[in-house]
Design a protein around this ligand. Structure first.
Ligand SMILES: [Mn+2]
Length: 395
C-alpha cells in the first residue's frame, strides 16, 4: 500500500501525541506504585474525607459475616418512639461529623494514657442499620437482629469471643434491642450504667391513653422497664437523674428501686463531688460486666441543647468526662450507646454532637486500655450456656 508522505506525517504526529500522555494500562499497579499513592493520598486532614466516626475504616459489616472487629461503631438512626421532640434519627451522622478531629494520628488521650485508635483493638465504623421509620415493632425486630448478627462473630483479636458494639442513636428505645442481643450472645443479663436526666424505667401506663396498643408500650421512656420484665438486667445504676415524677409522690422512684436500680441524682455532685459520684457508681458496679447507656440529656442543656427532652440544671461536660474516666477502668464495658442527640436543636457550634463524640472517645479509650474481654458465656444453638475459657482464672 502506498502512503503519501503527508499522511505518514499525520500518523507519526498522532502516535507522538498519544505517547506524550500516560496511556491507560491493563496491567495491575505494582506494590511500589500503590505504596507511593498511599503516601501521597492516603492521609485525611481532620476536615476531609467521607464522614465515619473518627475517620475509622467503614465496612458494611451487616452484609458480610466474615468481617471481624473488636469494637464496631454502628448507627441506629431511629426516633419514632419519642415522647417529645423527634430528630434523633439524625444523631449518627451528627456525631460522626463532630468526631472529625479524632484522627488516629493525633488521638492520644493524655488523661487515660492511650490512643484507642492505634493500639491492639480493631475498631471499624460499620455504618447504619436501616430501620423502619413507619413500624416500631418491625424496627425493634430489625435492631435486635442487627445487633445480634454483629455480636455473633468472633472478635478480631480474640477468636471465640464476641466483639463489642458502640451504638450511635437514635432515641433511647434502641437500648432494649441492644440488651436483648447482649443477653442472647453472652448468655446472661448485664448491669446497666445509665447516664440520663430521666429514669426510663417507667411502665407504659406512664403515658395513659384510652387507646390501647401493644406497640405503644415500646418507647424511649419505658425500655428499661421492658428490659427488666424480660430479665435482661442485673442490678444497675442511674447517674445524673433530675426528672419530674408522676403524680404527687415518689412512686416512680419506688418502682425504679423494685426493678433493681440505684439512683445518683444530679445535685449529689455538689455534695460528694466527681470522685464521690465515681465511688458511688463503683460501689455497685466495680468489676461487673456493664452496658453503658448514655443519654446526652444528662449534660446541662446549656452545654448540650440538641436533644429531645431537655432538663435544666444538669452536669457539665467536664464533670461527665471525669466520671466516665473514673468508672471505665474499674468495670468491664461490654457495649455502649450514645443516644438522644437531635442535631436540629443543637447550637451553631454543634456542641451537643461534639460532647457526644467526646464521651464515646473516652469510653473507647477506657475499653481499649482495659484490654480484650477476658471471659464470656456464649449461648450455643441448643440454647445452653457454654463457657469459653481463655486460660485466665475466673474471679
Ligand atoms: Mn433522657
Amino acid at each position: 500500500m502506498h502512503i503519501k508522505p503527508f499522511s505518514l506525517l499525520l500518523l507519526l504526529q498522532s502516535v507522538s501525541l498519544i505517547q506524550s500522555h500516560t496511556p491507560p494500562s491493563d496491567s495491575p499497579p505494582t506494590p511500589e506504585i500503590l505504596q507511593e499513592l498511599k503516601a501521597k493520598w492516603g492521609t485525611d486532614y481532620v476536615f476531609s474525607g467521607i464522614s465515619t466516626f473518627a475517620h475509622l475504616p467503614h465496612k458494611q459489616c451487616l452484609l458480610d459475616p466474615s468481617i471481624n472487629y473488636d469494637i464496631a461503631i454502628i448507627g441506629a438512626p431511629f426516633d419514632t418512639a419519642v415522647s417529645y421532640r423527634p430528630g434523633a434519627r439524625f444523631g449518627p451522622r451528627a456525631i460522626r461529623g463532630a468526631s472529625a478531629r479524632q484522627i488516629s494520628m493525633s488521638a492520644f488521650n493524655p488523661a487515660q494514657g492511650i490512643n484507642p485508635y492505634l493500639d491492639w483493638a480493631q475498631i471499624l465504623d460499620c455504618g447504619d442499620i436501616p430501620i423502619s421509620p413507619f413500624d416500631n415493632n418491625l424496627a425493634l425486630r430489625q435492631m435486635t437482629e442487627a445487633f445480634s448478627g454483629l455480636l455473633s462473630r468472633p472478635a478480631a483479636s480474640n477468636s471465640g469471643l464476641p466483639p463489642r458494639l458502640v451504638t450511635l442513636g437514635g432515641d433511647h428505645s434502641i437500648a432494649l434491642a441492644a440488651l436483648r442481643a447482649l443477653k442472647k450472645v453472652h448468655g446472661e443479663p448485664v448491669s446497666v450504667l445509665h447516664f440520663d436526666a430521666h429514669l426510663d424505667t417507667w411502665p407504659p401506663s406512664r403515658y395513659p391513653s384510652a387507646w390501647k396498643s401493644d406497640q405503644a408500650a415500646f418507647t424511649h421512656g419505658t425500655m428499661f422497664h421492658l428490659a427488666s420484665e424480660e430479665g435482661l438486667l442485673l442490678p444497675s445504676v442511674h447517674a445524673g437523674i433530675r426528672t419530674r415524677l408522676s403524680g404527687t409522690d415518689y412512686g416512680d422512684w419506688e418502682h425504679d428501686e423494685e426493678h433493681g436500680w440505684m439512683r445518683i441524682v444530679t445535685d449529689e455532685i455538689d455534695d460528694i463531688g466527681v470522685s464521690g459520684v465515681i465511688e458511688k457508681i463503683l460501689g455497685r458496679l466495680r468489676g461487673k460486666r456493664v452496658y453503658l447507656s448514655f443519654d446526652i440529656d444528662v449534660i446541662d442543656p446549656g452545654l448540650a441543647p440538641g436533644t429531645g427532652t431537655p432538663e435544666i440544671g444538669g452536669w457539665t461536660t467536664r464533670e461527665v468526662l471525669r466520671i466516665i474516666r473514673g468508672v471505665v477502668k474499674e468495670v468491664e464495658v461490654v457495649g455502649m450507646d450514645m443516644v438522644e442527640v437531635a442535631p436540629a436543636y443543637d447550637g451553631p457550634g454543634e456542641v451537643t454532637a461534639l460532647a457526644a463524640a467526646q464521651v464515646v472517645y473516652e469510653v473507647l479509650s477506657g475499653m481499649v486500655k482495659k484490654g480484650p474481654l477476658e471471659r464470656v458465656d456464649r449461648v450455643t444453638e441448643a440454647g445452653k450456656a457454654e463457657k469459653v475459657a481463655t486460660g485466665k482464672d475466673e474471679l
